[in-house]
Design a protein around this ligand. Structure first.
Ligand code: NAD
Length: 410
């Protein structure tokens, strides 16, 4: 896989060609403040010992405590975590929350572990890192394959070690354990608010046909939200395959099918108008809006030419390589960048932190109103920066973020 951190640095270089920033500041931004690798010993259910490799990258805390998710994935490695932590730094700045950028992970195929092995591994990650975590130091959150239950185990482990029962050191917890209302759907919903604010700007019609890659936390909530607002979801995929119905998928039936079978494939047995297609075919379908919501580096110089969408909303982190970005721009396909489009997740994580610190519990309505207002404001400011410098929305978001971080670092 292309090195995601090199991709992130290429994006940074491009932004620095558009706007001048202080040299000392940009040198600091090319390296994380801390990059920690840990070994996590876990006793497996059969009694055998196994050592897992884990990470926490604390990239930059000029704006506030490090904030960012923890990813459990077999391909997770230090360069991926560094890239994600760098993007988190910019993301928090774009959406104007007082938090810095961090990210964590474990190289593991969590689906092969039993629940108790997964719990021991999650608690092990916290035991190895507890001294650098904390409500005013570093506040982790969920990402790929990390659930509210995992965040609860981690928060509990931290509270036992640190003697801090406030629950303010982890976000994405279950609602009855101090989590915020609406956190699980925040990234998908936030992405919808961004889309709505920029729809006319990127030249899309009022009702769009939408293709979504990835049907996990982010993709499935995005599908539901777009559909509830009258857009037609014509195709979705997960790691095992994709399905397509040019008249629009019945999401309710699809969710039931997914719960029963564990995947999306063979939905045509429930809805004969739906066809199984490959993940590659999904990316080249003709549609108004393509939403990558799975993984980084999925649109590259190899397949960018084949993209047949009128615009792209990046809900995954880093789904488009810099080479592909160039091709899409030449093809006239606008991209709403990840550091703006998927910032709804960290925004509600920040709300959770704030509620925990103040001993408050906000209603879903209140959370969504605050989220909407921040997403709209960040979209507007990104667009202003893009227009000012006659550049793309990605570069507009970079400039907005870099200006805000530079101001705090001086
Ligand atoms: P998840 O584990 O809940 O879901 C990931 C989905 O992607 C699954 O459906 C999986 O089957 C699918 N997938 C994996 N590889 C694929 C492939 N090659 N083709 C098609 N589908 C594939 O993870 P998530 O939390 O939904 O995160 C998805 C993306 O969104 C990641 O890039 C993540 O960093 C980003 N993100 C997540 C959040 C959040 O709040 N969870 C916030 C911001 C950004």
């Amino acid at each position: 896989m292309q090195n995601p951190f090199e991709n992130a640095m290429t994006q940074l270089d491009k932004a620095l060609k558009i706007k001048n920033f202080d040299e000392g500041f940009t040198a600091r931004l090319r390296v994380p403040n801390r990059d920690i690798r840990i070994s996590i010993p876990v006793k497996m259910d059969d009694g055998s010992p196994k050592i897992f490799e884990g990470y926490r990258v604390q990239y930059n805390n000029a704006l506030g405590p490090y904030k960012g998710g923890i990813r459990f994935h077999p391909q997770t490695e230090i360069n991926e975590v560094k890239a994600l932590a760098f993007w988190m730094t910019l993301k928090c700045a774009v959406v104007d929350i007082p938090m810095g950028g961090g990210k964590g992970g474990i190289t593991v195929d969590s689906k092969t572990l039993s629940k108790s092995e997964l719990e021991r591994l999650s608690r092990g990650w916290v035991r190895a890192l507890h001294d650098v975590l904390g409500s005013y130091k570093d506040v982790p959150a969920p990402d790929i394959n990390t659930t509210p239950e995992i965040m609860d185990w981690m928060s509990d482990e931290y509270s036992k070690i640190a003697g801090d029962k406030s629950g303010t050191s982890f976000t994405g917890k279950p609602v009855d354990k101090g989590g915020s209302e609406g956190r699980e759907m925040a990234t998908g919903l936030g992405g919808f608010y961004v889309f709505d604010a920029l729809r006319a700007e990127v030249g899309l019609p009022q009702k769009c046909s939408v293709v979504i890659q990835g049907f996990g936390n982010v993709g499935s909530h995005a599908a539901r939200t777009f559909s509830e607002h009258g857009h037609k979801i014509i195709a979705v995929s997960d790691s095992r395959g994709a399905i397509w119905n040019k008249n629009g998928l019945d999401l309710e039936k699809l969710e039931t099918h997914k719960k029963k079978t564990g995947g999306l494939k063979d939905f045509y047995k429930i809805d004969p108008q739906t066809r199984n297609i490959t993940n590659e075919e999904l990316l080249s379908l003709s549609c108004d809006l393509l939403i990558p919501a799975a993984f980084e580096n999925v649109i590259t110089e190899i397949n960018a030419e084949k993209i047949n969408a009128k615009a792209i909303l990046e809900l995954a982190n880093g789904p488009i390589t810099p080479e592909a970005d160039k091709i899409l721009s030449q093809k006239g396909i606008p991209v709403v960048p990840d550091i703006l489009a998927n910032s709804g997740g960290v925004t509600v994580s920040y709300f959770e932190w704030e509620q925990n610190l103040k001993h408050e519990h906000w209603s879903k309505k209140e959370v969504f109103e605050k989220l909407k207002s921040r997403m709209e404001d960040a979209s507007k400011k990104t667009l202003e920066k893009a227009r000012e410098s006659k550049t793309t929305l990605r570069m507009g978001a970079f400039i907005l973020a870099l200006e805000r971080i530079q101001e705090k670092m001086h």
